[in-house]
Design a protein around this ligand. Structure first.
Ligand SMILES: [Zn+2]
Length: 67
């Protein structure tokens, strides 16, 4: 488990916890950052390891049955 290397070059989606905008970033970006600025609300937000795991998990679940 953990942050799968197979997803590092994939476009993963997650929601800004501040404005609920849907953001799209590469898995490698998500893995390497801790703080980011939301495109829409310009808030500086923290992305913890647990949240990163949830983003990767959600992507895997969405792909089940299509691959
Ligand atoms: Zn936002």
């Amino acid at each position: 488990m953990g942050l799968s290397k197979r997803l590092l070059d994939k476009d993963l989606t997650f929601k800004c916890p501040h404005c609920q905008a849907t953001l799209v970033r590469k898995g490698s970006w998500i893995k390497s950052i801790t703080w980011f600025t939301c495109d829409r609300c310009q808030q500086n937000l923290r992305l913890g390891y647990g949240e990163k795991l949830a983003i990767f998990e959600r992507f895997r679940e969405q792909r089940q049955g299509t691959n």
